[in-house]
Design a protein around this ligand. Structure first.
Ligand SMILES: [Zn+2]
Length: 179
């Protein structure tokens, strides 16, 4: 079982370059933050600033009366745009993903669209938020092969060890930030 993906490999597409996350099978549902704190279009800038500060989040989704995401207000929006309410400063062009969107696609959106976070929408409803931090955190979860000790990254253990091919004998190794 090789783990090299050459230019001639049909699986290799420009949308999935060989980053550290190229082979993870995790989806948005596994890494998203949920439930999500939200505001309404009429929420004041002062209130939003308090929410962002107190909850240590960098953006908050704006929902209309029927619960649909109509925008996001980020720290940048609060600082940079004139206005007094969420509706006046929010970024409307919201790209969203669904719960089963692969992490590799989320990574590509965050990078290509220079987004800090993406709403996760199911049947028109906001079910979570995936941020750059959530994706980066995925890189700190490792599984060690019980046979050869080779680590593999992901929220779930790999089907086969990429090194020795062993199946079903992986131990979770949480990695904590080093000194
Ligand atoms: Zn192994």
């Amino acid at each position: 079982m090789g783990n090299l993906t050459g230019a001639g490999d049909p699986r290799g597409t420009s949308a999935h370059p060989e980053t550290a996350l190229a082979h993870t099978s995790a989806t948005a549902a596994e890494i998203m933050s949920s439930p999500v704190f939200t505001v309404s279009p009429s929420t004041s800038i002062e209130e939003i600033a308090g929410i962002l500060g107190n909850r240590r989040i960098s953006a908050v989704p704006v929902l209309d009366e029927s619960g649909h995401v109509v925008g996001l207000v980020s720290e940048y929006d609060v600082l940079a745009k004139p206005g007094h309410t969420a509706a006046e400063v929010m970024s409307c062009a919201v790209i969203s993903v669904s719960a089963d969107t692969p992490v590799s696609d989320i990574r590509a959106l965050l990078v290509d669209q220079r987004m800090g976070r993406l709403p996760v929408i199911e049947k028109g409803r906001l079910v979570g938020i995936v941020s750059r931090r959530d994706v980066v955190a995925l890189l700190t979860t490792e599984w060690a092969c019980g046979k050869c000790g080779q680590p593999a990254r992901g929220y779930e253990p790999p089907e086969n060890c990429p090194t020795c091919g062993s199946t079903g004998d992986f131990t979770l190794q949480e990695q904590y930030p080093g000194p």
